[in-house]
Design a protein. Structure first.
Length: 93
């Protein structure tokens, strides 16, 4: 089944390893952010349509694929309009 980030909560998918998002889902580049701690960590919320959400539970994340100065997320398949899936990665430590 496809996940609609406007209807599902991240807490409902805590055991997911791979998530497929519904049509109409994309990245809200207006809310992209970054954090630098030796590497630059880049994030952008995954949204459905233009709807403002009260909270954002699904995020696309990358390392060293944005400038760190502005909201310019350029990680992975960020500009592929057909990209609809993501993996949940966890640190071993």
């Amino acid at each position: 089944p496809s996940v609609n980030p406007a209807r599902e909560r991240g807490q409902e998918l805590m055991d997911a390893g791979r998530v497929h998002f519904s049509d109409g889902t994309g990245l809200d580049m207006r809310k992209a952010m970054s954090f630098k701690s030796s590497d630059v960590y880049c994030v952008v919320p995954i949204v459905h349509g233009e709807e403002e959400l009260t909270s954002y539970d699904f995020w696309a994340v990358g390392v060293s694929c944005c400038s760190g100065l502005s909201s310019d997320f350029r990680c992975g398949e960020f500009n592929n309009p057909h990209a609809r899936s993501g993996l949940r990665l966890m640190a071993d430590d």
